[in-house]
Design a protein around this ligand. Structure first.
Ligand code: ACO
Length: 327
């Protein structure tokens, strides 16, 4: 079986930037509090006209360009999002139309913040089995659309953006996705969720009045679970591959909170300098966080040929997981 490899990446962040100073005018908070507790300074926010598919299409076009793959050659589009344009059709189908990928099958995958890592693993299976040779994976999120700008405990954390990757059979047997490790614990679903709008609690005047269409989060509990889960995910995938942490060139973690990233680095004994961090400028973009960070790291030359890179994530579901790629 051929290994799957990343042939190109792309990302897109909406133009509008919301700073901590801007948030001081919206909720009772301060730049000092947000910076000290989360490491976030600013985040990008969609305009009124933009939605997840617009961001995703832009990231996809740039990934395809880099991979030198024409949209018509794409055989499968996987979109990871918790903020789809609408219930249905799938945002993957909307993006398929926007970019002209007329020959692609398309579906959405919801693993919340772990979406990109889950999606890579799904794409990898299609490539390895030879079913497809060109898979376009897009992580796109308009988290500001589910942010409650009257709740200072959550709205300061979230940002919007999209990242994409083109997955193809590896030309070099030594390179590509080496292994993934995925996990979930549905019993903790209520720690992080949007209660209304689905079939459990359809939209009504009451759900709107009670702000039930926004993200609710048990922050301090999740803080501890996030660290434990990401440390576990790193250790599991390294042990599957019999790789030691010292062999890693770069770790790209989910960008929920700088304090979480620091604790994970300590937990796996990898220097913080080996962790790619953009939470300061992007906030938490759910599944798009790892995707955008990967594209930035490649464009900034933080990843060289032959490097071992580990992606690790954690999010609603709960879901968590990791993936090791040799570039
Ligand atoms: N500005 C000022 N004060 C605030 C703010 C704010 N924005 N938010 C909360 N506070 C206050 C609280 O009201 C509380 O005040 P009190 O002591 O008077 O009651 C105090 O600050 C401390 O609040 P905590 O919630 O205990 O603060 P904590 O240090 O835990 O930080 C945070 C909160 C940043 C949310 C943290 O718990 C966290 O990052 N949790 C994990 C989030 C996460 O990983 N989510 C999963 C991913 S989410 C996703 O990916 C979509």
């Amino acid at each position: 079986m051929k290994r799957a490899a990343i042939a190109g990446t792309g990302s897109y962040l909406p133009k509008k930037v919301l700073t901590n100073k801007d948030l001081e005018k919206i909720v009772e908070t301060s730049d000092e509090w947000i910076t000290a507790r989360t490491g976030i300074k600013e985040r990008h926010i969609v305009s009124k006209e933009e939605s997840a598919s617009d961001l995703g299409a832009k990231a996809a076009i740039s990934a395809l360009r880099q991979a030198k793959v024409h949209a018509s050659e794409v055989e499968l589009i996987i979109v990871t999002t918790v903020t789809p344009d609408m219930f249905f059709p799938a945002t993957a189908c909307i993006i398929q139309d926007k970019i002209g990928a007329i020959n692609a099958a398309a579906f959405d995958l919801n693993a919340a913040c772990s979406g990109f890592v889950y999606g890579l693993s799904v794409a990898e299976q299609f490539i390895k089995t030879g079913v497809y040779r060109r898979v376009l994976l897009i992580a796109t999120e308009a988290m500001s659309r589910v942010a409650d700008y009257t709740d200072r405990g959550t709205c300061v954390l979230l940002g919007d953006g999209a990242g994409a990757a083109v997955i193809v059979p590896a030309e070099d047997d030594e390179k590509g996705i080496l292994s993934s490790w995925l996990a979930a614990a549905g019993k903790y679903g209520n720690l992080l969720h949007v209660p209304a709008g689905g079939s459990r609690m359809p939209a009504s005047h009451r759900t709107v009045d009670e702000h039930l269409h926004y993200m609710k989060m048990e922050g301090p509990v999740l803080f501890k679970v996030a660290i434990k889960s990401m440390v576990e995910a790193i250790k599991k995938v390294l042990s599957l591959l019999s790789i030691s942490p010292e062999e890693l060139a770069l770790v790209i973690p989910h960008q929920a909170n700088l304090r979480i990233i620091k604790a994970v680095a300590k937990g796996v004994n990898v220097p913080l300098e080996k962790f790619y961090i953009n939470v300061d400028l992007c906030g938490n973009m759910s599944s798009a966080s790892v995707a955008v960070a990967l594209d930035e790291a490649l464009k900034k030359g933080r990843i060289k040929s032959g490097d071992l890179v580990l992606l690790v994530t954690f999010g609603a579901g709960l879901t968590w997981g990791s993936c090791v790629i040799r570039f």
